[in-house]
Write a protein that binds this ligand. Structure first.
Ligand code: TTP
Length: 355
């Protein structure tokens, strides 16, 4: 039986919580962000602030130039976590098959709740209503027959929207989608797509599977399917995370320290972003590499304090790399993992300064 998947995402999550808790912020441009010792970035901006061009991950300095009259506030993670717990409990009251992606979004498989008398969209609306009743916050939902289409759908009518992608409209929607908006197409893949003149789903659709595999490796097959609305991946329900790691396999063996360290830095950035989303920090950093003959080597190090920023993780990864790497042996794969995770809310509150 065909599945019915809902993706639910809170609207401008941190900013909305701030506007809920501070009535004087409502209807105004609110920018939630941190200013750490080295860099300050916007975590999110209210929809009013987005009109000025302010968005997540933008340096606070730049946001301030675009929107000098905005209300700049520090994140209050314990509030966001409390809301997150409320919404996750609501999800679980509908289905056990819930895959949270971050504090404010999740996939739900609600196939079993759908019947002749109850559409998947009406289940989504019920969940959104329950969330609003419990938290006074709006969310948006996407409904479809697989995960990535549900995710695309939830972004189509924000805020407080619901969108259904079904067989009749799927190809039309995918054709018009910017290539960077395909789930799974990160910044690097997006750049490469653009250099190949692939700007939309329609451009992607024109490519054969073989040609995509040639350009993008294993990912090529999944891209070919995604362009056609095909996706079968299951929800990942088991979420007790023990570690967060990222790795890259090269298309060829590489031996240049500089080149490898650049990739390590990128991996550290990705691991850090993941830790950020889940508000974790970890006490152990591991570097793994596979040499050209596919033999794996790993080395790990206990950190002085739990780490989560890109710089901190990179500092450990850098020395682990030098301990592991034989200058004469090229490598095929490199990975960085942070483990022994703990909650970092309290530490966070101390590293953020007031704007
Ligand atoms: P998102 O769901 O990506 O975005 P959003 O909820 O702010 O807005 P939208 O309505 O467009 O979905 O992120 C959820 C929260 O995670 C966001 O409110 C703040 C935090 N976050 C960061 O701290 N840094 C980031 O770079 C991003 C993208 C999000």
């Amino acid at each position: 039986m065909e599945r019915r998947i809902i993706h639910i995402d809170m609207d401008a999550f941190y900013a909305q919580v701030e506007q809920r808790d501070n009535p004087s912020y409502r209807g105004k441009p609110v920018i939630v962000g941190g200013k750490s010792a080295s860099r300050g970035v916007v975590a999110t901006a209210s929809y009013e602030a987005r009109k000025f061009g302010v968005h997540s991950a933008m340096p606070t300095k730049q946001a301030y130039k675009l929107c000098p009259d905005g209300i700049y506030v520090r994140p209050r993670f314990d509030q966001y976590k409390a809301v997150s717990k409320q919404i996750m409990d609501i999800f679980l009251s509908y289905t056990e098959i819930v895959e949270p992606l971050s504090l404010d979004e999740a996939y739900l498989d609600i196939t079993h709740l759908v019947s002749r008398d109850r559409s998947a969209q009406s289940v989504a609306l019920d969940i959104q209503r329950d969330i609003f009743d419990a938290t006074r916050l709006t969310s948006s939902s996407g409904v479809s027959y697989n995960k990535y289409l549900a995710k695309i759908a939830s972004g189509m009518n924000k805020p407080a929207g619901t969108t259904v992608i079904h067989y009749d409209n799927v190809q039309d929607i995918l054709f018009r989608l910017d290539i960077g908006d395909f789930p799974g197409v990160g910044r690097v893949t997006e750049e490469k797509m653009k250099s190949l003149d692939i700007h939309t789903g329609e451009d992607l659709y024109q490519w054969s599977e073989a040609a995509l595999i040639e350009q993008f490796g294993k990912k090529g097959a999944s891209l070919h399917q995604k362009a056609r609305g095909i996706g079968t991946s299951e929800l990942k329900v088991e979420r007790v995370r023990k570690s967060i790691g990222k790795e890259t396999t090269f298309n060829y063996d590489i031996n240049e320290d500089e080149e490898i360290l650049k990739v390590i830095e990128e991996l550290c950035g990705k691991v850090s972003a993941r830790l950020e989303l889940q508000q974790f920090a970890g006490k152990v950093v591991t570097v793994k590499m596979k040499t050209a003959d596919y033999v794996s080597h790993t080395r790990q190090m206990m950190t002085n304090n739990p780490v989560f920023t890109e710089d901190e993780i990179y500092r450990y990864a850098y020395s682990l790399y030098h301990e592991l790497k034989d200058p004469d042996v090229p490598i095929r794969l490199i990975g960085v993992t942070v483990s022994q995770l703990s909650d970092r809310t309290y530490r966070n509150l101390t590293i953020y300064d007031f704007m």
